[in-house]
Design a protein around this ligand. Structure first.
Ligand SMILES: [Zn+2]
Length: 72
């Protein structure tokens, strides 16, 4: 009987520590680049967290270029 409880406890402990590890990774890892891929300007952290690899200026620039190409 005690064995079942132990197994359940182990299972819960595992789940909790795995969830914590996932959470820690999600908050520490930033998918975007710290510096702009084009002009090497520093990218604000809020923007980095969204996964951007370009600063605001370069993103706008590349968007403009993309929409130009889309017209042809
Ligand atoms: Zn840039």
């Amino acid at each position: 009987m005690a064995d079942d409880a132990d197994i359940a406890n182990d299972y819960i402990n595992n789940e909790v520590s795995r969830a914590l590890a996932r959470l820690r990774q999600a908050t520490s890892a930033t998918p975007g680049l710290k510096f702009c891929a084009e002009c090497e300007e520093e990218i604000p952290e809020a923007r980095r967290k969204l996964g951007f690899k370009l600063c605001v200026q370069c993103a706008e620039e590349s968007e403009r270029r993309n929409s130009l190409f889309a017209n042809y």
